[in-house]
Design a protein around this ligand. Structure first.
Ligand SMILES: [Zn+2]
Length: 207
């Protein structure tokens, strides 16, 4: 058994005050920092959009934030402009300890398709390389935390379990967008039904 900690999208734009703030998103950073030394491998994802990305309402006027359009054949929620490549909003939040991170995988780089999962775009048209990277390192167990529980965390966990990894979701180390108030709890149930094991960070510290 070889395990990796997967940190999903711990970026400024998802923090309170950011362009696409996840409520209480900042509360998971201290947990990320405490957990990292308990893992041999720490891998981070980064939402990393070009300025012309098709998921931005501003690039699809007169659509409003929260509307759903057809983007190159897939339903696409309209989001505020966020995580534009090489901007401060796309940077890891400065409170995050990045010294243990072995590799970073960026997603959402194609303007014509969004990518919630750290493994594939939303149409599974292209891989980010994360799955092959984990296999090449011999990693069998993937522990997932971060933002947001009901989007990028959920789809990353579902892909990890589909790819055959023993997949754990660290529930207290995630926060949800909750466009609908029950989205976070529904996401947990969906992951558990798919075979993801739900754990708490306190169980994972290696003494
Ligand atoms: Zn995005």
């Amino acid at each position: 058994m070889k395990k990796a900690l997967l940190l999903i999208d711990l970026q400024n734009d998802f923090m309170p005050g950011g362009a696409l703030a996840v409520p209480q998103g900042n509360e998971v950073i201290a947990i990320a920092n405490r957990l990292q030394p308990s893992f041999d491998w720490v891998i981070a994802t980064q939402d990393w959009h070009p300025a012309n990305h098709g998921s931005f309402a501003a690039n699809n006027l007169p659509q409003n934030i929260g509307d759903v359009i057809n983007l190159d054949g897939l339903p696409q929620i309209m989001w505020p402009i966020h995580c534009v490549q090489n901007t401060n909003g796309a940077n890891f939040t400065s409170d995050l300890d990045t010294t243990h991170i072995n590799a970073v995988f960026q997603k959402g780089t194609d303007p014509n398709i969004d990518s919630y999962s750290g493994f594939f775009d939303n149409g599974k048209r292209k891989s980010t390389g994360l799955g092959n990277f984990l296999l090449q390192q011999g990693i069998t167990d993937v522990y997932i935390m971060g933002l947001a529980l009901d989007y990028c965390v959920k789809f990353s966990a579902l892909d990890a379990v589909t790819l055959g990894f023993n997949t754990y979701l660290i529930a207290d180390a995630c926060r949800a967008v909750n466009l609908q108030p029950t989205d976070g709890t529904k996401a947990l149930a969906e992951m558990e039904a798919a075979g993801v094991k739900i754990v708490q960070s306190a169980e994972l510290y290696v003494k």
